[in-house]
Design a binder for this molecule. Structure first.
Ligand SMILES: NC(=O)c1ccc[n+]([C@@H]2O[C@H](COP(=O)([O-])OP(=O)(O)OC[C@H]3O[C@@H](n4cnc5c(N)ncnc54)[C@H](O)[C@@H]3O)[C@@H](O)[C@H]2O)c1
Length: 381
């Protein structure tokens, strides 16, 4: 029998954005085998997609409840060990909760839930389940982001004095300016997406990333969000001021109406000795900046990188790696945890990261709605 981890997938069908990323990531290090799932709520689409990608159809289920019910009938050594949740946001919580209650490991897309309250319940469920739970803040898997984290933790920037993340996209322009489209996409529907669009979708990446690379905790925030139209209930742009631990201040700028921008995510951390800058659209370059010194560019795969960074590099220097590799590294870390091997805590984002992300979303909306006031981020424990 294969020693690969048996993986089930929820959502991520042929019509989805994120499905292919997870499928390729799971195959990347030969650690997982997709054994079944529910790719689509429509049966013909669901089974048709499984056939198209060459999966055996005996464990493609009608719906999520049937998946859990039928999988539990299988002996443990055949049952799915981990299930990835790639559905629209409102399904993450009920699916993750039931999976944890029934002993499955879970890989969950972000935002983890639709409310902070749900996130707290999920955290309690995980404490009882004692299984592995990961939230796919995908960008934390990039080798040069891992390098950034390690350099900062090692004090190479000195005392941090400023953190800054910008995440600009323009994809929602054709939707937001069209009355019919803006009322029919799930991402602008609070019942399916949660209370926020831009902050929930990309602001959470920026928030998690700043905490991941800097080691700081964001303690309080002040948000100014933009909804553009009165009939639109969801933010599609926002700026958030940050007050972090160690009295560090910072800012997160996010937008889905930054016309012409694609996936322009830039992370910057400045210390009193040096600064580091990384750009998602050019992820193999990490810029090290020092007053009065020439700019240095660090790249993946070189021995000067940390163990954590090198663990996420598969090829010799000069072979560009990208978003698939980044997600692949997260899956690799989760595989180590499931197989009870030792791993670095920077290898995959956890429940606590998901929980803090949910607090960030709710507090950003609260800050904006109360007239742009400072609000405190919940601790997440
Ligand atoms: N980590 C990242 O960088 C990243 C990037 C994009 C999307 N996402 C997240 O991934 C999730 C999905 O986003 P997307 O853009 O792929 O959405 P999408 O709308 O493109 O695809 C959603 C998929 O879920 C399926 N689905 C819907 N209801 C289902 C159900 N009841 N059972 C099974 N499948 C069902 C749909 O058929 C579709 O295949 C969201 O939570 C989103 O925030 C994360």
């Amino acid at each position: 029998m294969s020693s690969k981890i048996r993986l089930g997938i929820l959502g991520g069908g042929g019509d989805s954005l994120i499905g292919v990323l997870h499928r390729i990531a799971s195959a990347m290090y030969d650690k997982y085998q997709i054994v079944g799932g529910v790719f689509n709520p429509d049966w013909d689409e669901n089974i048709g997609f499984a056939e198209r990608i060459g999966l055996p159809t005996n464990r493609i289920y009608q719906d999520f409840d049937t998946l859990v019910h039928e999988e539990l009938k299988l002996p443990k050594e055949e049952r799915m060990q981990v299930v990835s949740i790639l559905t629209p946001n409102f399904l993450h919580f009920p699916m993750a909760k039931k999976l944890l209650e029934n002993g499955f490991n879970v890989i969950c897309e972000k935002p983890m839930t639709t409310t902070y309250e749900e996130a707290k319940v999920l955290n309690e469920t995980l404490k009882k389940a004692k299984t592995v739970f990961a939230v796919t803040y995908t960008y934390t898997g990039y080798p040069m982001i891992r390098q950034m984290r390690e350099m900062i933790l090692n004090g190479e920037l000195g005392a941090i004095q400023k953190v800054d993340a910008q995440y600009y996209q323009g994809w929602i322009n054709p939707i937001i300016h069209d009355k019919e489209k803006r009322s029919s996409t799930w991402r602008l529907n609070p019942e399916k997406s949660g209370i926020s669009c831009c902050i929930g979708d990309i602001g959470t990446h920026a928030f998690d990333m700043l905490e991941y690379v800097s080691g700081l905790k964001v303690e309080s925030i002040l948000a100014d969000l933009n909804y553009l139209y009165e009939d639109n209930k969801m933010d599609i742009d926002g700026t958030v001021l940050l007050r972090c631990s160690n009295n560090v201040k910072g800012v997160i700028c996010t937008s889905q109406i930054a016309t012409g921008e694609e996936n322009n995510f830039i992370v910057k951390v400045y210390g009193d000795k040096a600064g580091l800058k990384w750009e998602q659209e050019n992820p193999n370059y990490l810029y090290l900046m020092k007053d009065g010194k020439p700019l240095r560019v660090l790249k993946p795969g070189h021995s000067y990188n940390s163990e954590l960074s090198l663990d996420g590099t598969k090829l010799p220097p000069g072979h560009p790696e990208g978003i698939f590799d980044s997600m692949g590294n997260i899956y690799k870390g989760v595989a180590k945890a499931i197989n009870k091997e030792s791993y670095n805590h920077g290898e995959f984002p956890t429940m606590i990261d998901g929980l803090r992300g949910m607090s960030f979303i709710e507090k950003a909306v609260e800050s904006h709605q109360k007239g742009n006031i400072w609000v405190t981020i919940e601790n997440g424990s």
